[in-house]
Design a protein around this ligand. Structure first.
Ligand code: ADP
Ligand code: MG
Length: 600
């Protein structure tokens, strides 16, 4: 297998990472389930301590928190001195800008490398393999020094940066616009947390080129938060936004952001902060309409840049796509429609599109995506449910069609007369988490447990029709279930959802499978041990018996505790403890057989 190349959106406010997994670009979630990581680093005694949400939360509790480091990548101190930033800006020996973090100086590349290191870890943890290569996105306007600084940050994090691509290009890839006709033009409107970028791309010789770009590095969702916070102060007697302490301001801005985000999906939302200040509770409500009015001036600031890029590009565009969390605001979408005279394409997650594009680019470079496009394959695994509710895969995902595969199953209980074969599709370990395509009852002649044998064969023809043939081996009787193209035609979104869920839940799923398998084994072993003891227990010595009794009660205890690994260990122990007994049983059986022979 080719080596993975992860894709990273190293954003000013938020960052994200993903990879092409079994032919599909997906974003990877951290241990708390989040696919978006705030670009924040907390330092304690000058050491980078935490990254992301945890770092943000530690503000005001003794650590120094750096956010928006991206603004200073590859910049000269002279060009930025005097900026209002979360930590003091200082000049480094080579004239570049540095951050004063307590006693030490941290470069923007070092700070960014902490975020990259964190994302690398998230990917390695989710995929359970080492990662050493990445594609990282940068703003279209980044110059050479800024691009090199981004590369350097990657290297410090232990990543070979195989390519730097521009954010609008990545977004266009995520929207699948790489299939547009020659000389088609796309505008990418990117309204993030701290910056606004607008670019026009043109398709030339099958690749995108940025033909004009404009924007404002100090215009973003943060300003909307501030507008809301100032409004909140006006609504509350006795509050002056400019008189607030740093902590009060941060708290109010946090709540303002929550209010803003709630208003993209609700008609009204509340901003409540009890005990904001001695004797003062904030409790106000804002309607979506009121919000639109409040931010009208702010969001309208993006319009002149749009007109500028269109002018620079020399004409209209065929498509407009939206990127950046702030484009979730309905009023922003209306503004874009008005300025461009086009309905914007909102088919992708605005805050994930750039990362997804980086992932796609990585997949194209590693070869992981090419395979997918060329072959007609099963998009998801196909199998049947087996004992304990487990998924038993018969045709794995990404198998080229036509194809055929089968397996033999036996009855789980004695004198069972039929077995239900449930045909499943999906990547999860437990049957219930996959999708059922159909089911059939197979009848067979009653037999003792494990005696009846049923063959199940899956075959998919070149039209994608799945045929499930089940056969009672004893009578040779066949049952055929035909499933139309559902085995092959699954829309991309559902496939992506299934695959990314299987990665997200990989750990829990595996634990449940291990537990179920160990439980089935235990349920088989326990009665067998009892039967064996009844037969030969008296001939065994006390030490052996104690060993078995101990192991047996441990298995019973672990069944109650529902811990997969402990149960597995206990079952293995019981298996081992009964080795001697099993030998005696075998000996006995052979003796009996020999006796029968002699008697005849
Ligand atoms: P960047 O590319 O600058 O790192 P993002 O694209 O992640 O940033 O955008 C972050 C901004 O998007 C923040 O200001 C955040 O509050 C805003 N945002 C996220 N979700 C919503 C929402 N539902 N409504 C309004 N703004 C949102
Ligand atoms: Mg961004």
């Amino acid at each position: 297998m080719a080596e993975d190349i992860i894709g990273i959106d190293l954003g000013t406010t938020n960052s994200a990472v993903g990879v092409v997994e079994s032919g599909f670009p997906i974003l990877l979630a951290d241990q708390s389930g989040a696919r978006i990581t705030p670009s924040a680093i907390s330092y304690i005694n000058c050491d980078a301590h935490e990254v992301g949400k945890v770092a943000l939360r530690s503000r005001g509790s003794g650590s120094i928190v750096v956010t928006s480091a991206k603004r200073y990548m590859g910049r000269r101190y002279q060009a930025v001195k005097g900026d209002d930033f979360c930590v003091p800006l200082v000049a480094q020996d080579d004239g570049s800008v540095g951050f004063q973090v307590g006693e030490s100086i941290v470069s923007p590349e070092q700070a960014s490398s902490e975020i990259l290191k964190h994302l690398k870890k998230v990917a390695e943890h989710q995929l359970n393999r080492e990662i050493s290569k990445a594609v990282i996105t940068v703003p279209a306007y980044y110059n050479d020094a800024q691009r090199n600084a981004t590369k350097l940050a990657g290297e410090i994090a232990g990543l070979e940066v195989v390519r730097i691509i521009s954010e609008p290009t990545a977004a266009a890839l995520a929207y699948g616009l790489d299939k547009l006709d020659e000389s088609s033009r796309v505008a990418v409107y990117d309204y993030g947390g701290g910056t606004f970028d607008i670019s026009v791309l043109e398709m030339k010789d099958g690749v995108f080129q940025v033909i004009s770009t404009a924007g404002d590095t100090l215009l973003g969702g943060d300003d909307i938060d501030e507008a809301v916070a100032r409004w909140a102060c006006e609504q509350t007697n006795d509050l002056e936004y400019d008189q607030l302490t740093t902590e009060q301001r941060e708290r109010l801005l946090d709540e303002s952001r929550k209010l803003k985000e709630a208003l993209t999906e609700n008609d009204t939302a509340k901003l409540q902060i009890p005990f904001f200040r001695a004797g003062l509770n904030i409790n106000i409500e804002l309607s979506a309409e009121g919000f639109d009015k409040l931010i009208h001036t702010e969001i309208s600031r993006t319009a002149p840049y749009c007109k500028q890029v269109l002018l620079d590009a020399g004409g209209d565009v065929d498509k407009v796509i939206l990127v950046g969390g702030s484009t979730r605001i309905p009023a922003v979408q209306r503004l874009v429609k008005k300025v461009f005279g086009l309905d914007p394409d909102v088919s992708q997650h605005p805050d994930e599109a750039v990362a997804l594009g980086a992932v796609i680019q990585g997949g194209m470079l590693s070869g992981a995506l090419r395979e997918m496009v060329l072959l007609d394959v099963t998009p998801l695994s196909l199998g049947i449910e087996t004992l304990g509710g487990l998924m038993n895969v018969i045709i794995p995902r990404n198998t080229t069609i036509p194809c055929k595969a089968g397996e033999m199953f036996t009855n789980a209980v004695a004198n069972q007369k039929s077995m239900r074969v449930r045909v499943l599709q999906g990547e999860r370990e437990m049957a219930r988490d996959n999708w059922e395509l159909g089911s059939v009852d197979v009848h067979f002649s009653p037999a003792t447990k494990g005696q009846a044998r049923v063959g199940v064969q899956f075959s998919i023809d070149e039209n994608g029709i799945l045929q499930v043939l089940t056969r009672d081996v004893e009578t040779g009787k066949d049952t055929i279930l035909e499933i139309n193209s559902a085995a092959v035609d699954v829309d991309d979104e559902n496939v992506e959802k299934m695959v990314s869920e299987s990665v997200d839940y990989a750990f829990d799923d595996m634990a449940e499978r291990v537990f179920t398998e160990a439980k089935l084994k235990a349920e088989e072993l326990l009665p067998a041990v009892e039967a064996g003891l009844a037969q030969v227990g008296e001939e065994m010595d006390e030490a052996d018996l104690n060993l078995i009794r101990d192991a047996e009660s441990e298995v019973k205890e672990m069944l109650k505790q529902e811990d997969a690994n402990l149960l597995k260990k206990a079952v293995q122990k019981l298996d081992k403890a009964t080795e001697h007994m099993a030998a005696i049983l075998v000996e006995k059986a052979m003796e009996a057989a020999l006796m029968r022979k002699l008697e005849n």
